[in-house]
Design a protein around this ligand. Structure first.
Ligand code: SF4
Length: 198
């Protein structure tokens, strides 16, 4: 299989997903990027639920992010709250309405169907391969990895359901560690995990 074929598959899948996402938000006149930003805000932690976090995650301009957030806020799908330590910073939270919309639409029915059609072993292999490809692409593009807190090198388990972030020096709950974080660092990012130079 060539890299071109891989890109063909990714592009086709991305197109189909965009199309399903657009349909899910059409009754609220939401664009796919607005639905994706809403989904990101539901899955990210308190260090990442900021306009800058959305900008970094999607690689968008600040202007586009500002318009996206304004649209979500205007439709009552997110709300803002000031940061307790830094008054210039705001955090973005998905409202009950926003959560209902996401529950109805993500994962897209076609993704659920395709996933259910794979044997368990293939599901595990697929996730691992995609994780590696994403990690390598983010490294090559010098993008933040935005990984799951639970598998971050800064995450230390203190006890049953108690975790600690060595970077921010704050305690983390069981829910916190299931979220994605813009400060995530892979525990074993090494030359081994990367593809050979082109
Ligand atoms: S342990 Fe890592 S992923 Fe979790 S909050 Fe700290 S920096 Fe973020």
């Amino acid at each position: 299989m060539s890299a071109t074929l891989l890109q063909d598959y990714f592009e086709r899948i991305a197109y189909l997903l965009r199309s399903e996402t657009r349909l899910a938000g059409i009754h609220l006149d939401l664009h796919p990027i607005q639905m994706s930003a809403l989904h990101y805000l539901l899955r990210c932690n308190r260090y990442s639920n900021t306009p800058q976090g959305v900008t970094d995650y999607f690689g968008l301009t600040k202007g586009t992010v500002s318009q996206t957030l304004k649209a979500l806020e205007g439709k009552g799908l997110i709300r803002r709250s000031p940061d307790k330590q830094d008054g210039r910073k705001v955090h973005l939270h998905v409202t009950a309405e926003g959560k209902k919309l996401l529950q109805r639409s993500i994962p897209a029915p076609a993704v659920v169907g395709a996933w259910a059609g794979l044997p368990n072993a293939e599901q595990d292999q697929l996730v691992e391969v995609l994780r590696k490809i994403l990690q390598a692409m983010q490294f090559m593009n010098e993008l933040k990895p935005f990984g799951l807190c639970r598998s971050c090198r800064y995450n230390t388990q203190l006890g049953e359901g108690e975790f600690f972030c060595e970077l921010t020096r704050e305690n983390l709950s069981e829910t916190d560690v299931t979220l994605i974080c813009r400060e995530f660092q892979a525990p074993s990012l090494s030359e081994r995990d990367l593809p050979p130079p082109l």
